[in-house]
Design a protein around this ligand. Structure first.
Ligand SMILES: Nc1nc2c(ncn2[C@@H]2O[C@H](COP(=O)(O)OP(=O)(O)O)[C@@H](O)[C@H]2O)c(=O)[nH]1
Ligand SMILES: [Mg+2]
Length: 267
């Protein structure tokens, strides 16, 4: 199994070196792709230096801040083009604790998408204010109710995708950028009948630096969910004639830690 961990960065110079060290401590055989959007704080230069002495580290430089969604789509394409089997999404700010990586590898054995979930037993956001819990938790309940999607954490961005399944989606048609991007990907996997699982994660607050998420990103997610409710049949499958699952989706029996459902049926 060849795996690639994609980490988009924008002004993460204070986090990235230590994060890379921790990622390799827990996933030494994985490769890393840092996608830096010309961070003014010099993150890109720093990762170039780290990459020079470690062949597992790859760096993609983009000219300016182009958003999380396009960064991940670029990472997915890189994984497809370079023959990886699994591709991870991970933030650079330690919110996604690298010590959970081994759990993802185990869960990925029977899944096309593994989502690190704050909203199943064992997961959580212990340091959040009640307001932040309400917004994130409420947003997920809203997405579940409106889209009929059974996934508990649709907005979380700590994930592992099976590249064979990803390559069956038309990535050109993915349009969302922020939290909506995560919902859009989860929705397309579910509606395509791919096998998905959630594995619990404890989401930590970022250690240093600032969040890049804005009110605009929340609004984008809200609008995306409502719009998808009415245009829901437009799953972005690359080849509509292919069977739905990458490997024959079945309602496999699931470990108690991971939550799984049968392939998503249209509402
Ligand atoms: N390349 C790139 N990375 C981004 C962009 N926006 C956010 N990021 C990175 O995406 C990850 C998540 O962003 P963050 O601000 O922590 O989001 P939050 O955890 O929801 O507050 C971090 O690693 C950021 O550096 C962007 O436009 N381009
Ligand atoms: Mg963050």
């Amino acid at each position: 199994m060849r795996s690639l961990i994609v980490i988009p960065t924008y002004n993460e110079r204070e986090n990235i070196a230590e994060l890379i060290a921790q990622v390799f401590a827990h996933a030494p055989t994985s490769d890393l792709l840092i996608i830096d959007d010309n961070s003014p704080d010099g993150t890109g230069k720093l990762v170039d230096q780290l990459a020079a002495s470690d062949a597992r580290i790859h760096v993609m430089h983009r000219p300016g801040k182009l958003g999380l969604g396009t960064a991940y789509v670029a990472g997915f394409r890189y994984a497809i083009d370079h023959g990886y089997d699994l591709v991870f999404e991970m933030d650079a700010d330690f919110s996604h604790d690298p010590s959970f990586l081994p759990h993802f590898f185990v869960a990925a054995e029977g899944a096309d998408l593994v989502i690190g979930s704050r909203y199943i037993q064992g997961g959580g956001t212990p340091n959040w204010s009640p307001l932040r819990k309400f917004i994130s938790g409420g947003g997920n309940i809203f997405a579940r109710a409106v889209l009929g999607i059974p996934i508990h954490d649709c907005t979380g961005g700590y994930r592992c995708y099976r590249v064979a399944a990803l390559s069956k989606l038309n990535l050109d048609a993915i349009s969302a950028q922020g939290y909506a991007f995560q919902v859009e990907m989860a929705y397309n996997f579910w509606r395509s009948g791919f096998r998905w699982r959630e594995t619990p994660i404890i989401f930590e607050d970022r250690r240093v630096g600032k969040s890049k998420m804005s009110r605009k990103i929340f609004i984008e997610a809200f609008i995306w969910v409502v719009r998808a409710r009415f245009t829901g049949d437009k799953v972005v499958r690359a080849h509509p004639t292919l069977p739905a699952s990458a490997s024959g989706a079945t309602a496999a029996s699931q470990a108690s830690q991971a939550s799984a459902r049968t392939p998503g049926a249209p509402r």
